[in-house]
Design a protein around this ligand. Structure first.
Ligand code: AHG
Ligand code: MN
Ligand code: MN
Length: 333
């Protein structure tokens, strides 16, 4: 079997396909290198002083785990000196991180959820890193405003899942490719190209414990799935909920399904739990590039114009026909 490394894949994307400029190629290599380091820390677990709480809170009021902070630092350290970035933004930092003066400033903006699925760290279940890349608008300096672009403006997006295997999943707008980490070689190897999500599915993912708080269209959709073969859908459904968006979306990119984290009545003023800019947007682009769909129940997630860095959003993504169905229930309501 011909082994294609991530480096070679990116060089070919740059040289043959003309999809990515060299600075973006560098950026993606650096992010991949950071993910390798995070993967090492994840694997060490209790042997590496990476488990448990950091006794601090992030801007979202969530208790930070040690690994949330470690992953955030790894991504910043890896990315700040290369000259490809102007600034970064992260779930774990209130404001943006501007590349320090001592380094050259590049034209890209990097956003990330350094460690997704924090509640799964200590219980040894799959977690991940999610990232999104934007171009800095023209002009001098860089501000938070520069980041507030809709997902349609992304130039690259991806995630790395730290599971039984460490897998990096990437799009630069030319389909979705998956790379498996070869630990002996220390490199990511292309293991799947042109990832496609089946349009139909018999599997849904939602945290059912919130059912009583849902809006009517979500309840209708899930009730119909639960009714199985005897119900209006005429087929039995299966359910999965890993509580790491990365792992749930990885399953959906692999075998289909629909992932939902809707608005609910627990916090009515909040549009949802998940963050638009570094969770929903990159995942939406990957899902769309794989032939799936992603909406907030009413509109395509990637067309939302963000007004805040840490803005939240309702999420329905995955197999196209299911996302269309649950979206149409919202429009009917
Ligand atoms: P994070 O660990 O980055 O805060 O994200 C966790 C998110 C997402 O990965 C997952 O789908 C969801 O939270 C799980 O939420 P519940 O615990 O409410 O099910
Ligand atoms: Mn997350
Ligand atoms: Mn996180």
């Amino acid at each position: 079997m011909k082994r294609i490394s991530l480096t070679r894949y990116l060089v070919e994307q740059q040289r043959l396909e003309g999809h990515i400029p060299s600075q973006l190629r560098l950026l993606l290599e650096v992010v991949a290198r950071a993910c390798k380091r995070i993967s090492q820390s994840v694997n060490k677990g209790a042997l590496g002083d990476v488990m448990g709480s950091a006794q601090s809170e992030n801007v979202q009021g969530e208790v930070q785990k040690k690994l949330d902070i470690i992953a955030n630092e790894v991504l910043i350290e890896a990315n700040e000196w290369g000259g490809h970035l102007a600034a970064m933004a992260s779930e774990e930092m209130e404001g943006i991180y501007v590349v320090p003066n001592r380094y050259p400033q590049g034209e890209y903006l990097l956003l990330f959820d350094p460690l997704d699925g924090s509640s799964n760290i200590d219980v040894n279940v799959s977690i991940g890193t999610i990232f999104s890349v934007l171009l800095k608008p023209e002009g001098t300096g860089v501000s938070e405003n520069d980041f507030l672009q809709p997902g349609t403006q992304q130039v690259a997006a991806g995630y790395c899942v730290y599971g039984p295997q460490t897998t990096l999943v990437l799009t630069v707008g030319d389909g979705v490719a998956m790379f498996t980490l070869d630990r002996e070689q220390g490199s990511f190897v292309l293991t799947q190209e042109n990832v496609t999500i089946p349009e139909d599915t018999k599997e849904f993912a939602i945290n059912m414990s919130n059912m009583r708080h849902w809006d009517a269209p979500v309840k209708r959709y899930v009730d119909e799935c639960l009714a199985g073969r005897e119900g209006p859908r005429g087929k039995d459904f299966n359910m999965r909920w890993i509580a790491s968006m990365v792992a749930d979306i990885h399953r959906i990119l692999t075998r289909g399904g629909v992932f939902m984290y809707p608005w609910d009545k627990r916090e009515p003023d909040r549009p949802g739990k998940l963050r638009l800019m570094y969770e929903a947007n990159p995942m939406s682009w990957l899902v769309e590039q794989a032939g799936g769909a992603a909406t907030n129940g009413r509109q395509r997630i990637m067309t939302i114009h963000p007004t805040q860095l840490h803005e939240r959003v309702s999420v329905f993504m995955g197999s196209k026909h299911e996302v269309e169905r649950v979206t149409s229930y919202h429009h009917e309501a």
